[in-house]
Design a protein around this ligand. Structure first.
Ligand code: ADP
Length: 405
């Protein structure tokens, strides 16, 4: 099935045209700076060149004021360089939606009522859900003849038990404001769970894993029987691991301290914790490649940043192994997990006593594998896998399943 996968941000629109069976990516593209007078559109396609050809890139810059104009520009790019219809019939459009809260646990065919519910959830995701609504409405206008499906980042975590998702605060306040842990990156955790099950030769509903999605944003997930039972992000994607620019876990009283003692506004604290913290706050760089380069030159802040980053992951790993009681594998994925041998080595160093042991030479040279790799020593009770994630393919597949149901 041919599916267009759409990821609408507040000022950007990413898309990918995917064949869900052959996994051929027919086109990818990105519109940036929506709302500007000079908005670049980069469209890459192999539609006219064939499935084995390289993607050919075309770039344009034009004023794109909103998501409706962005989709108009995208359909014009397809018309100019090879239309979707040249590779098959579009079966549906799959939308990445961040916050589905407790309302959506499955990929959902989008109707005006569904858009209303996503709109109602805006207070829980003020940065993400307005863009999701704009993206859905404009995409439905641009592709009116096919079903649209929303795939929520929170959905995979809908199986987390109350003991793990409940914050220990006054429950009348929590209920009134829908405050609980929801978790994010679910599409990625779900995809790598299924891939890991394949590698382990087990049915997905019998794998127990700790999955580590380490990208710019980062989260850990405890998977029991193929289902999420605990994850490190919470009400918002701020909780948990140290990220590129987000602090992850802090003492919540730090917020009051910054407001009452440091004289910051709530908005300034929000920006501090989401945009000026994490690796960036610790050493001035949010990209781990840069952090490693600084550390290699003896930069003490960068060395500390690496230690804090790794320590937090190990803390979650230990906690999740305790929650699960057993695990088939620890799975590394996303930009850092797939590309950074040093972080992987430090995360699992010294865990031999619990049955985790890897081939360190294999690990040291493994960067960006195109297929899953098992790094463990033969016979190690808990395997260590590097599994490249593919959220677009997962969204496309879930869309295909939803439209065929
Ligand atoms: P996101 O999708 O969250 O933006 P990615 O999963 O693409 O992020 O991960 C981006 C991060 O991955 C970068 O900020 C960088 O720290 C890290 N990264 C990417 N490539 C490498 C590499 N070759 N070595 C180390 N880190 C890498």
């Amino acid at each position: 099935m041919i599916v267009l996968v759409v990821n609408a941000g507040s000022s950007s629109l990413k898309y990918q045209l995917v064949d869900t069976e052959s996994e051929v990516v027919w086109a990818t593209g990105l519109v940036e700076r929506i709302g500007d007078e000079e908005s670049p559109l980069t469209h890459r396609t192999r539609i006219r060149a064939g499935a084995d050809a390289d993607l050919v890139e075309t770039s344009t810059v034009s004023p794109i004021h909103d998501h409706t104009e962005a989709f108009r520009a995208v359909t014009a790019a397809f018309a100019a360089t090879g239309d979707v219809s040249e590779v098959g019939q579009l079966a549906g459009v799959g939308h990445r939606a961040v916050q589905g809260a407790d309302q959506f646990s499955e990929p959902t065919i989008v109707t005006p009522e569904v858009i209303d519910v996503i709109r109602e959830l805006i207070p829980l995701a003020p940065l993400h859900n307005p863009a999701a609504v704009a993206g859905l409405e404009s995409a439905m206008a641009a592709f009116p003849d096919v079903p649209h499906v929303a795939v929520f980042d929170t959905a995979f975590h809908s199986t987390i038990p109350a003991a793990a998702y409940t914050y220990a605060i006054d429950q009348s306040v929590a209920r009134e404001h829908r405050i609980r842990r929801y978790g994010f990156h679910g599409t990625s955790h779900k995809y790598v769970t299924a891939k890991a099950a394949e590698v382990l030769g087990k049915p997905v509903d019998s794998v127990d894993l700790v999955t580590l999605h380490l990208g710019n944003g980062a989260s850990a997930c405890a998977v029991r029987g193929g289902r999420s039972v605990e994850t490190s992000m919470g009400l918002t994607p701020l909780e948990g691991l140290v990220m590129g620019t987000r602090s992850g876990d802090i003492d919540p009283a730090l917020v009051f301290h910054l407001i009452t003692t440091a004289g910051m506004s709530a908005a300034e604290v929000d920006t501090l914790l989401n945009k000026r913290s994490g690796l960036l706050g610790l050493c001035g760089q949010n990209d781990l490649r840069e952090v490693h380069a600084l550390a290699a030159n003896g930069d003490a802040d960068a060395e500390l940043a690496l230690s804090v980053y790794v320590h937090r992951i190990r803390k979650y790993l230990g906690a999740y192994l305790a929650i699960l009681g057993r695990a088939d594998a620890i799975v590394f994925t996303a930009g850092v997990g797939e590309n950074d041998p040093e972080i992987r080595r430090r995360v699992i160093a010294g865990l031999e006593m619990i049955g985790v042991a890897i081939d360190t030479e294999r690990n040291a040279t493994l960067r960006g594998p195109s297929a899953p790799v098992d790094l463990s020593f033969r016979g190690a009770p808990i395997r260590v896998l590097v599994v490249p994630t593919n959220e677009e393919l997962e969204i496309a597949r879930q869309t295909a399943t939803a439209v065929s149901a």
